[in-house]
Design a binder for this molecule. Structure first.
Ligand SMILES: [Fe+2]
Ligand SMILES: [Fe+2]
Length: 228
């Protein structure tokens, strides 16, 4: 499998994107959507791409490196991190040497990486989508659940509600490449069932997992209300 060295030799701009992405994710310091996640996605994207013909790595690699950069954008919750990331990429890439048509191709990959704002239309967008979904296709998704609760400051019930919905949508959409299906080996479906089982337990008699601080009080004392 070609490593990053070869792609950087062929297109030195990729190194500029790599370093800028690493700096920005590092500054954000998020629990899950960090450079470690980007590194795993990059590895999977390279594995998948090695099984495809005609991949434009000058589009694919910047797209993978920047696909979650939207989480570094202050207003991302209003527009979604996929669209926020595409906007940030538009701001960053011309200064790193990218032409308008290349920026547009990279933006499409970033916008489509959740399969929601846009469906992946290009080969590079399909590879990025599959590489990113594979992150959650397996028992590692249970670890991610905890990281997301930490990153978004949310309780288990709320986190599970979103993640179960996302796994169901991803399962219905399916993978776009044969290599990703081979790497998944049915794990996405199995982990989706596991999350659903956990959600039933959490949303049933175990109300403790959906509590917030206000659920402990009928009338919170002013000292409690004043607490940040
Ligand atoms: Fe994402
Ligand atoms: Fe991601």
């Amino acid at each position: 499998m070609p490593m990053l060295d070869e792609h950087v030799r062929a297109d030195p701009r990729i190194l500029r994107v790599y370093l800028e992405a690493r700096r920005r994710y590092g500054q954000a310091g998020l629990c899950h959507h960090n450079f470690g996640h980007v590194v795993r996605d990059t590895h999977r994207a390279l594995v998948i791409a090695a099984s495809e013909k005609g991949v434009d790595y000058s589009v694919l690699l910047p797209a993978v490196l920047l696909h979650d950069i939207g989480f570094c954008y202050p207003n991302w919750p209003e527009m979604g991190h996929d669209l926020a990331g595409a906007r940030l990429a538009q701001e960053m890439l011309p200064a790193l040497g990218y032409l308008a048509f290349e920026v547009a191709a990279i933006q499409h990959c970033i916008t489509a990486h959740k399969g929601k704002a846009e469906a992946p239309a290009s080969l590079e967008a399909k590879i990025l989508y599959d590489a990113d979904v594979l992150e959650k296709a397996g028992l590692f998704d249970l670890v991610i659940l905890g990281l997301l609760m930490c990153e978004f400051s949310e309780n288990l019930a709320d986190c599970l509600a979103r993640e179960c919905r996302d796994r169901a949508e991803e399962t219905a959409r399916g993978f776009f490449t044969a290599k990703a299906r081979e790497m998944d080996r049915g794990r996405l479906v199995r982990v989706g069932a596991l999350l659903n089982e956990m959600r039933q337990e959490v949303s049933g008699p175990r109300r403790d997992f959906s509590l917030s601080e206000t659920d402990l009080w009928r009338e919170p004392p002013k000292e409690v209300l004043g607490k940040s």
